[in-house]
Design a protein around this ligand. Structure first.
Ligand code: AMP
Length: 279
């Protein structure tokens, strides 16, 4: 991969990159479309598929994470992807004579709340794999989804702080017609859970409406209580966190108004779903 990327760069070919964990859906496709628009038909569009063990906690769904390489290849073909990079864990984390991998990338500010608080080693895994993939794919631009808002913030910070010469683009969340954000993990949901999972996007819409009606803002504590009640009305759903924060710094806000970012994580059955919106 790196040899190919170097050859492209030396020839002045632009490289756009979309990293994924596979089981691709229209959310991923929208990132590919955005990446292609940026580097034009003459540039190269690289997509990676790697289910990165380092970003899963010990109790999480690494082994049952959905996989469909033939389906993913077909989608990448339809999207005009030039290179589909599917490394194995033996290549990404080779166990050499001295043992296992021991260098990691850690972001220590925007990664501490929300996903970072619920999943302690998650962002260390994300930052490390993204740094490694940037060094392998050598992209000029990389496209990420707003669906994983905090992840995009962590990647922006790592890229800036470590001087990666990569432009980070964040593309909007793609949703089902009923509002559910597309996610590979939606595949885990039973029919009953699928309908209760709508509570995430409903909570975002509910809060956005409340905030738009009140110019002086609404206390975050009141909105959290409302969201907890909405989620509690769904028997299969349980809140992990609901947060209101400044989208630039991720600092929590006590008073919520237009321009505040809201994010939530909810277990629906055993499946943990996340969603967010700029209010
Ligand atoms: P994943 O395969 O879940 O690791 O996601 C790979 C990339 O796709 C990440 O940048 C995600 O934020 C992005 N992504 C996932 N779901 C969506 C969605 N519904 N809309 C837009 N981007 C998404």
């Amino acid at each position: 991969m790196q040899r190919q990327a170097l050859a492209w760069r030396r020839a002045g070919v632009r490289i756009a990159f979309v990293p994924t964990m596979g089981y691709l859906h229209s959310g991923h496709a929208s990132l590919m479309r955005r990446a292609r628009r940026i580097v034009r038909p003459s540039g190269k569009l690289v997509v990676s598929i790697y289910v990165n063990p380092a970003q899963f906690g010990p109790q999480e769904d690494l082994s049952r994470y959905p996989r469909d390489l033939p389906g993913d290849k077909a989608l990448c073909g339809r999207m005009g992807v030039d290179c589909l990079f599917v490394p194995g864990t033996d290549e990404i984390y080779p166990a050499d004579q001295s043992g296992s991998h021991s260098a990691y990338v850690m972001e220590t500010r925007v990664s501490s709340s929300m996903e970072g608080a619920s999943r302690p080693t998650h962002f260390r895994g994300v930052a490390t794999i993204v740094a490694k993939l940037f060094n392998l794919v050598l992209p000029e631009v990389a496209v990420f989804g707003a669906k994983d808002f905090q992840q995009a913030a962590v990647i922006r910070k790592v890229t800036a702080d470590l001087n990666y010469p990569v432009r980070i683009v964040v593309a909007p969340t793609v949703r089902e017609p009923d509002g559910l954000a597309l996610s590979s993990r939606n595949n885990y949901l039973s029919v009953e859970e699928r309908s209760q999972a709508l509570v995430l996007s409903q909570a975002l819409r509910f809060v956005a409406r409340r905030v738009s009606l009140c110019k002086s803002g609404v206390p975050a504590s009141r909105l959290k209580a409302d969201v907890l009640r909405m989620v509690a009305a769904q028997p299969r759903a349980r809140v992990d966190y609901v947060e209101f924060f400044d989208p630039a710094t991720l600092q929590p806000l006590q008073r919520v108004s237009r321009g505040t970012q809201m994010a939530l994580a909810v277990f629906v059955g055993k499946t943990r779903l996340i969603d967010n919106a700029l209010l």
